[in-house]
Design a protein around this ligand. Structure first.
Ligand code: UN1
Length: 497
């Protein structure tokens, strides 16, 4: 399919793609695929006003009815899966299979949110006073600002939007400047669902396109009680304090530096498959990508040999073509960042295999994923480079391996390959991984939406997606009700007037 066909299958037309100042280039071949109109600070302020008045209506709609809208959104996404998956591939550069997976992740979270819309429950609590009852209730928050990254241009948005919407909120979405087209396409898909729903207020979802000033207008506004931001730790350091200053809430999903410990008892064939998918999938540009391999010394040479064999034969090329497993990096800056990291790793004693430019498609930045054998966990290893670089470290005891795994500033995802239950349970215990996600015998990436997603330390501490992540999109209210004829005070205080 030509680029133009992919764009039109995703319902993007001349009004979306021409006349604007934001130039969108496909990482596949560098082609200009859109000139998108951007929003000013004043536009965003207007959007906040619209979102606020939509909220006034939407918060009163019963939650299961709000769920119906998200059910329809999921249905429209099912219809659009192929077209949107292809657009994700064209605009973000991930292989089509992963583009489809991303849309599936949107559908999955819609399903979860529909069920959740009937389960926004609180507790009933025993009161210490006779004739009193206590409970907690959950209420909608208001306008939610979602700031998303290029690498998961639609799924991470959907995690937030599906839950925020069933919880009674309205959303303003600022997509990455690198991937505005997928956002415009998703908005159209949502509008089809809203039209079928019938009486959804105008402004449940607005898309704000632009750079830092657009983000700033959202983060600075006291009318946006929650900012959910995905991106670099650098971005989080700006957004976090700015929102905290006005006592807003944040969900931060920032950098990861995810490791796998491979123990002597591991199923090595499965380990190799898991390593390769998680280290080179999305060309190493997932926040959950495998970046550090911590291998027991007895199996290190064997495992590294196997990996080098697979890495040497990886099909690298046009992500829209079947059979390709590694697409391009997002842009030249990402490519340069990778080369810079490899230079640093060499200077810090690393032995580099791969990492060179591959001339796959003219105009794109294609690389052979790199394996870097390190003697020590040096500064560059502790730094998240958003690229397909896999650092290999060696360990002798499990304690040593866990210490290495935890000795980085980030805390998103982690895993162990071992068939020894003592090792795996230790890894999952308080003595083990310090990450938000810790897996056994699978890689660190490719999380299902049923669990809470997020991490500790510089990853930001937020949780999105499944489990009880919905609570972040609501405010908790504690209610004490006196149904007696007396007025006893708590703590037994006597106060007779
Ligand atoms: C991200 O890279 O920001 O667990 C999200 C995964 C995907 C989501 C990644 N389900 O790899």
């Amino acid at each position: 399919m030509s680029h133009a066909d992919i764009l039109s299958a995703a319902m993007l037309d001349a009004a979306d793609l021409t006349g604007g100042s934001l130039k969108v280039h496909s990482p596949v071949d560098g082609a200009l695929i859109g000139e998108v109109a951007t929003h000013s600070r004043a536009d965003v302020e207007k959007m906040i006003g619209t979102a606020k008045s939509a909220f006034a209506d939407w918060k009163l709609v019963p939650a299961p009815r709000r769920g119906e809208l998200i059910r329809l959104f999921g249905e429209e996404l099912r219809n659009a899966k192929d077209a949107l998956g292809r657009l994700v591939s064209l605009e973000a550069g991930k292989i089509f299979q992963e583009g489809l997976g991303e849309v599936q992740e949107m559908i999955d979270i819609c399903d979860l949110a529909v069920g959740q819309s009937r389960q926004l429950f609180g507790l009933t609590i025993a009161s210490e006073r006779p004739g009193h009852s206590m409970r907690e209730t959950w209420h909608p928050l208001g306008v939610v600002g979602v700031i998303s990254a290029f690498n998961f241009p639609v799924a991470v948005f959907a995690w937030n939007f599906a839950l925020a919407t069933v919880c009674g909120n309205t959303t303003i979405w600022k997509p990455s400047e690198k991937t505005p087209l997928t956002a415009l396409a998703v908005k159209k898909i949502f509008e089809r669902a809203a039209a079928r729903f019938g009486d959804a207020p105008e402004g449940l979802l607005q898309v704000a396109i632009g750079g830092a000033d657009v983000g700033e207008a959202l983060t600075a506004s006291k009318d946006v009680p929650l900012i959910s931001a995905t991106g670099s730790t650098r971005m989080g350091r700006i957004v976090g304090p700015r929102v905290a200053e006005r006592f807003g809430k944040t969900i931060l999903e920032l950098g990861g530096n995810n490791a796998m410990i491979v123990a002597p008892s591991a199923d090595l064939d499965n380990a190799v498959r898991a390593i390769v998918f998680s280290a080179v999938g999305t060309c190493g540009q997932r926040c959950t990508s495998l970046r550090r391999l911590i291998v027991h010394e007895d199996i290190r040479d064997q495992l590294v040999e196997k990996l080098k064999g697979v890495y040497g034969k990886l099909p690298i090329g046009n992500p829209l073509e079947p059979g390709v497993l590694v697409g391009p990096m997002i842009d030249k800056a990402a490519f340069d960042g990778m080369q810079h990291a490899l230079e640093k790793a060499k200077a810090e004693g690393g032995r580099v295999t791969g990492g060179e430019r591959v001339d796959a498609v003219e105009g794109g930045h294609y690389v052979r994923p790199a394996i870097v054998e390190m003697v020590e966990q040096t500064a560059i290893v502790k730094h998240e480079t958003f690229a397909p670089i896999l650092y290999v470290l060696t360990y002798r005891t499990l304690d040593e391996a866990i210490a290495l795994q935890n000795d980085v500033p980030q805390g998103l995802s982690s895993c162990i390959f071992s068939t020894d239950v003592r090792e795996t349970e230790t890894f999952l215990s308080a003595a083990g991984s310090d990450c938000g996600i810790a897996n056994v015998n699978i890689g660190p990436s490719g999380a299902e939406i049923g669990g809470a997603f997020g991490g500790e330390k510089e990853t930001g501490g937020g949780r999105e997606s499944g489990s009880d992540a919905w609570k972040a999109y609501m405010r908790r209210q504690t209610n004490t009700v006196n149904y007696s004829r007396e007025l006893p005070l708590a703590q037994g205080i006597k106060f007779d007037i």
